[in-house]
Ligand binder design. Structure first.
Ligand code: FUB
Length: 338
């Protein structure tokens, strides 16, 4: 999640009329938005300047805690609910609290978060609370069977919950094969199917997996898997799944081509068929988003580095309206500001 931005020339999306900032009080990134009890909640990463130099493994993303935000109306007051979870309160954690997500089941709230363990291997942790804003109490160990980063949880219409996760480079997905840690970077050949995000059904307790993670395969228009070399379309990180008109929309970041793109399926497991770009590159290397319906409109949450003057590891969450075409495709957005 680092390196030079090679090209931001492919920016043909529509410039939105209104973009709302989440907060100017602290740096936030990787927003996961949900509606709980009629209110819009945002679960972002909390960026700060740790002084760690930039590298290709994203060591400069050295985050240590999470804050939760909420609002009653888009464009209205945003409340920062303060510290929701700190790394020192996660017994197994080593460093780097990256992109989180949250889910509600019954009266309980669950915060899912990726963090490296003390051996510097990413896993996904979970913490519980009676309130959507926390504070959250972390479990003593990572969720068994999870690895890599960027968890997101879909609550399906039948009451089942699915976790999606994974990310390349510093996200370590390429260090795993068949759900086993192989420790060294292994990428498929350029013309072979790309690494897929993982999907697994959550168990009833919401703190364990009900099954081994599976590949959420992404296909091209001919029904062939997107290949490793197709870096304008292949999965890199930031998997997010939402439902619209009975279909499952998997959106994700293409990483080194800096876009948010999407693919659709009739099943939460996929395979998903590639559809197009949702969000053109933003200022800063990373692009990470979520999509949620609130008060009759659809919203795209994303981040950029405009508040820090372009520092890739100091980002700020924003939101803008997302529009579907009558055929269910999504209108492409260009929110690039220098
Ligand atoms: O915030 C750290 C990492 O940067 C996230 O986990 C990635 O998705 C990228 O946004």
């Amino acid at each position: 999640v680092s390196g030079e931005i090679d090209s931001v020339t492919d920016t043909i999306g529509i410039v939105p009329e209104e973009v709302y900032e989440l907060t100017s009080e602290l740096y936030t990134a990787d927003p996961s938005a949900h509606v709980f009890e009629g209110k819009l909640y945002v679960y972002p990463s909390h960026d700060y300047e740790s002084g760690i130099p930039e590298d290709d493994l994203g060591s400069h993303f050295n985050m240590e805690d999470y804050h939760v935000f909420s609002m009653d109306t888009v464009g209205g007051t945003v409340t920062d609910h303060g510290l929701a979870l700190h790394i020192k309160d996660v017994p197994w954690a080593g460093r780097q609290m990256w992109a989180p997500d949250a889910a509600k089941k019954g009266d309980e709230y669950f915060l899912y978060f990726p963090v490296k363990d003390k051996e510097d291997v990413f896993h996904i942790g979970v913490a519980k609370s009676d309130n959507p804003e926390g504070p959250f109490k972390a479990m003593d160990t990572p969720i068994e069977g999870t690895y890599s980063m960027d968890p997101s949880v879909l609550e399906d219409s039948d009451g089942k919950y699915y976790m999606y996760f994974g990310g390349l480079w510093g996200g370590q997905l390429q260090k795993w094969s068949n759900n086993e840690y192989i420790g060294e970077d292994t990428y498929p050949a350029d013309d072979a199917p790309a690494l897929s995000p993982k999907v697994a059904l959550l168990a009833d307790d919401m703190v364990s997996l009900a099954e081994e993670p599976k590949d959420a395969v992404i296909l091209d228009e001919n029904g062939e898997p997107i290949t490793t070399g197709d870096n304008n379309r292949r999965f890199f990180e930031a998997a997010w799944v939402h439902r619209y008109n009975g279909k499952y929309y998997l959106s994700y970041s293409t990483g080194d081509t800096h876009k948010i793109v999407y693919a659709t399926s009739d099943s939460p497991y996929g395979p998903f068929t590639y559809q197009g770009v949702i969000l053109d590159p933003v200022l800063g290397w990373t692009n990470h988003h979520s999509i949620v319906e609130y008060q009759g409109k659809w919203w795209l949450f994303f981040h950029d580095s405009s508040m820090s003057g372009g520092k890739t590891h100091l980002r700020s969450v924003k939101m803008t309206e997302l529009t579907y075409n009558p055929d269910g495709t999504i209108q492409r957005i260009n929110a690039l500001v220098e």
